[in-house]
Design a protein around this ligand. Structure first.
Ligand code: TRP
Length: 332
């Protein structure tokens, strides 16, 4: 089986857009690939500035993926910071990475453009973690000699950088790395948020995946509708119906849309949506709460994952050390 790897930054709480747009498709990968999924806590370090938050988000992310059905027997699930080899490779790769390649990376470029627009010095608020981010991500991918990198479109450029870096290394030291390819799900559904736009933290229109019933009901009540009265026909492609469709069968969704066309009031439509979401989410929420209350169990799972990941990582790093003329490490 070919190998696929993806990392997820612990920078916030999971929402239903993450679930349908990213978590579900990545969990399904393990049917076709040897799959590694890791919590990219050292990538989050650039965004999360307190120890408490980094810890909290990391535990939430791990508990969340487990609650969504990640089976640690089938997927190597670990935390980036538990793999010291990746940071050594990060340094090695820094020495084959042209600075110009980093200048063109979109996160950095966006900061520079924003600064220029605001007549600020071009590198204002840019730290080296942001600037070098793509090198660490390349190390994540290349350390496991991974062919496929399932990511969202926003990470495509980072994967191309990893490929460029692999190529430069291979040219200098001889074929060492497989050339990674981004694997972008073309037909991943765009999940609609509370206001009808794409669900995204930056639009502040998300529905949290594991919030309690009360907050779920509150979120559903916040979904924006038009001002049509009960009895008036509603648009069967409204935001409510779109979200309903994620949680219900095709038949149920058709029935729901028919009722909307027949004049179901928004209040009742929201109640029905809440019910269908809540019964879908309750077992997941229970599991999530279980893991959140048993962090040692989560830790054990992550440690076992790290053990498996490090077997691959150490072997690869030794091969790389030899290629560049540094001693192999035998007894670690
Ligand atoms: N940069 C990715 C993101 O922001 C997370 C990430 C870190 C990643 N390392 C990775 C993704 C390696 C895929 C492979 O979403």
């Amino acid at each position: 089986m070919e190998r696929a790897i993806t990392g997820v930054k612990p920078t916030g709480r999971l929402h239903i857009g993450n679930y349908f747009g990213a978590i579900l498709p990545t969990l399904q990968l393990s049917e076709d690939y040897e799959t590694l999924i890791f919590i990219a806590d050292y990538h989050a370090l650039n965004y999360i500035k307190t120890a408490e938050e980094l810890k909290d988000y990391s535990l939430r992310l791990a508990s969340g993926y487990l609650a969504c059905g990640l089976d640690p027997q089938k997927i190597i699930f670990f935390r980036q910071s538990d793999i010291p080899e990746v940071f050594e490779l990060n340094w090695i790769l820094s020495n084959v990475t042209p600075k110009g390649l980093m200048n063109r990376a979109h996160a950095y470029k966006a900061m520079v453009e924003q600064n220029e627009q605001n007549s600020l010095e071009k590198d204002q608020n840019v730290n080296m973690g942001l600037y070098n981010y793509p090198i660490l991500m390349s190390a994540d991918i290349l350390l496991y000699n991974t062919k496929y990198v399932p990511v969202g479109l926003d990470q495509k450029q980072h994967c191309e950088i990893a490929r460029d870096i692999a190529q430069i290394f291979n040219n200098r030291y001889g074929k060492t790395f497989a050339l990674p390819e981004p694997k972008i799900e073309e037909d991943v559904a765009v999940i609609t948020g509370l206001d009808g736009r794409k669900m995204s933290k930056s639009y502040n229109n998300t529905i949290e995946l594991f919030c309690d019933e009360k907050d779920l009901r509150k979120s559903v009540n916040k979904i924006i509708t038009d001002s049509k009265l009960p009895g008036e026909p509603k648009d069967p492609d409204c935001t409510l119906a779109k979200i309903y469709g994620l949680f219900a069968s095709k038949e149920e969704t058709i029935a729901y849309k028919d009722k909307l066309k027949d004049g179901l009031g928004w209040g009742d439509a929201k109640k029905e949506l809440f019910e269908v979401m809540n019964s879908f989410l309750t077992p997941m929420r229970d599991k999530y709460n279980y893991y959140m209350q048993n962090p040692l169990e989560v830790e054990k799972i992550l440690q076992e994952g790290a053990k498996k990941a490090r077997i691959i990582a150490k072997k690869m790093l030794n091969k790389i050390r030899k290629k560049i003329g540094v001693n192999e490490l035998f007894n670690n």
